[in-house]
Ligand binder design. Structure first.
Ligand SMILES: Cc1cc2nc3c(=O)[nH]c(=O)nc-3n(C[C@H](O)[C@H](O)[C@H](O)COP(=O)(O)O)c2cc1C
Length: 384
């Protein structure tokens, strides 16, 4: 298996991150794919599906952000099986019938020069909750039962996410393997739907994170206990996905690079995990953090998770994505120029402004982007 990530600027496995002279609007080449700039639209659940199907809403939501100039547009967490959805309204990629509408969306995104990516996910013990705009909030959601549209939830151990959450059923080894196979099947569907960039969701307290975090995994078999055992499910899943996903296309993993909690997963653990993922052909680690337990508090500040991306990049020698409260053009440009990360993921700011890449180009000025209008499609750029 190859992990030959080739980029415009070199990743240095041993030395510290090196400076990139070009910054936010330089291309990034990974495997056979070249992103036209370093701006990725971060995956964001839309809670706008019935039985996992994409709708026109997704076409407009993602299509607008492709038109806005992002190099990469990543479709939201998409359940690899129906019970792996966070809510009944989540997107899914658990049956072949999902492919057709997804294909329309990837065709549109690609036609405007952006790369279409998708995040494949299993929500584990955080599944079967009410869509947050129908009740609860984004981080502490209301659990649904079989009486009001919910289903049985699963996890590494029978430990709930919060005191009021449903207790998950502990997965058997056979069931763990079956979910790994669902990830691989989802990867094949993603390829058939025209996606060129795949992200495995192993963050935010969902199934894979809940296996590697010692706070949620109390198993005594080969999937629990030591760091090696807790990482096993993520590594085996990625091996199966890598085998199902074309070798020449980028495979990435989103991790929670810290639990920010006593006795939890640490940034040092993330470096070990990132090295193991790199050996298995992963091309980039998208460094998010947190959300393994309800009630945990985080040191939120502009760019607060950037040091995690920097650490993983320099110590594991793998490309990284930085995410979280990246809102300003200069800030995002500096993340790339300083060698903190290879890509910036923009979430909420891209909701506020789908044209964030165009506005960033204008803000950075003509020494960075000669003609900001060219960030937009010709339909618009000629007219302004
Ligand atoms: C509405 C919404 C939905 C989200 N859905 C996902 C998701 O599907 N997968 C994921 O990994 N993160 C998800 N996130 C987290 C974002 O991708 C991002 O990591 C987080 O919002 C921090 O970035 P920001 O400060 O730019 O918003 C979501 C965030 C928002 C606001």
């Amino acid at each position: 298996m190859s992990n030959a990530t080739s980029q415009e600027h070199t990743i240095r496995p041993e030395g510290g991150p090196e400076k990139s002279a070009d910054g936010l609007f330089s291309p990034l080449k990974i495997k056979s794919i070249t992103l036209k700039n370093r701006i990725a639209i971060s995956p964001m659940c839309q809670y706008h599906s019935v039985d996992g199907f994409a709708e026109d809403w997704h076409l407009v939501h993602l299509g607008s952000r492709a038109v806005g100039g992002a190099g990469l547009v990543v479709m939201e967490a998409s359940g690899v099986e129906a019970r792996g959805r966070i809510s009944p309204d989540d997107l899914g990629i658990y049956k072949d019938e999902h492919i057709e509408k997804l294909k329309q969306i990837t065709t549109f995104i690609s036609s405007f020069g952006a790369v279409a990516g998708i995040q494949i996910a299993h929500a584990g013990r955080k599944a079967s909750t009410r869509n947050p705009w129908k009740g609860g909030n984004r981080h502490e959601k209301e659990y649904l039962t079989s009486e009001n549209g919910g289903w049985e939830i699963v996890g590494p151990s029978p430990l709930p996410f919060s005191e009021s959450s449903t207790v998950p059923k502990e997965l058997t080894i056979e069931e763990i393997h079956a979910i790994q196979d669902s990830f691989a099947a989802a990867a094949k569907r993603a390829y058939a739907a025209g996606f060129k960039w795949l992200e495995v969701h192993a963050a935010h307290g969902y199934l894979l994170h809940s296996f590697y975090s010692p706070l949620s995994n109390k198993r005594t078999d080969k999937y629990g206990g030591s760091l090696e055992n807790r990482m096993r499910n993520t590594l085996e899943t990625v091996e199966k996905v890598r085998a199902a996903w074309p070798e020449e296309l980028p495979l990435t993993v989103r991790i929670s690079a810290s639990d920010w909690a006593e006795g939890g997963w640490t940034p040092e653990d993330s470096v070990i995990l990132a090295r193991a993922l790199k050996e298995r052909g992963v091309d980039l680690i998208d460094c998010s953090s947190g959300f393994i337990r309800a009630g945990d508090r985080y040191p939120l500040a502009p760019g607060w998770q950037v040091p995690l991306a920097r650490k993983v990049r320099s110590e594991a020698g793998i490309a990284t994505g930085a995410v979280g409260l990246l809102t300003e053009a200069e800030q995002a440009h500096a993340v790339i120029q300083n060698g903190d990360a290879d890509l910036v993921f923009i979430a909420r700011e891209s909701i506020r402004d789908p044209y964030w890449p165009y506005h960033a180009a204008r803000a950075l000025g003509s020494t960075v982007v000669e003609d900001a209008r060219k960030v937009l499609p010709k339909n618009y750029s000629y007219a302004i």
